[in-house]
Design a protein around this ligand. Structure first.
Ligand SMILES: [Zn+2]
Length: 131
C-alpha cells in the first residue's frame, strides 16, 4: 500500500506513520510522535491517541469525545516549525507546529507548542499552548 502519509511528510504511509500507529515501531523523537498523532487524528485512531498521551492527561480524556472530534475535523496538512530536545537521548521535548484543519467546512490553522515526555521509555504527549 503506497498512499501518501496523512502527516504530509511526502513519504508513503507504510514508510512513515503506519508502523507507529500499528504499534510495530516506537517514535524515536518527539517530532515523529507528533507526526504520528496528526496521522492518528486524520484516521480516527483514537486508541493510539490515548496510548500516546501521558498517563495524567489520559485520565481526563473521554474516548467517545475524542472519536467525535476526529470525525468533525479534516486534517489537511502538518508543518513542524521547530523542535527543542525530544531526541533519542532526551527525556522531555517541545514541538511547535502548524496544523491545517477543516472544521465544519472552514479552514483553520491550529498553532501549537506541544510538550512531550518519556514514560516507560516511550514518548508521550503532555499538553500544549495554542494561539
Ligand atoms: Zn507520517
Amino acid at each position: 500500500m503506497s498512499r501518501p502519509c496523512p502527516c504530509t511528510s511526502k513519504l508513503t504511509y507504510d514508510r512513515c506513520c503506519q508502523p507507529l500507529l500499528e504499534g510495530r515501531k516506537a517514535a524515536e523523537t518527539a517530532t515523529l510522535l507528533m507526526r504520528s498523532r496528526f496521522s492518528a487524528y486524520a484516521l480516527g485512531k483514537v486508541d493510539y491517541l490515548l496510548k500516546t498521551t501521558s498517563e495524567a492527561e489520559r485520565a481526563k480524556l473521554v474516548r467517545d469525545e475524542l472519536l467525535q472530534y476526529c470525525r468533525t475535523i479534516k486534517c489537511i496538512s502538518l508543518k513542524i516549525i521547530s523542535a527543542e530536545q525530544g531526541g533519542p537521548g532526551d527525556e522531555t521535548g517541545t514541538v511547535k507546529f502548524h496544523a491545517s484543519l477543516q472544521v465544519q467546512g472552514k479552514r483553520q490553522l491550529h498553532i501549537e507548542l506541544s510538550r512531550f515526555i518519556r514514560e516507560e521509555g516511550a514518548w508521550v504527549y503532555v499538553d500544549g499552548d495554542t494561539n
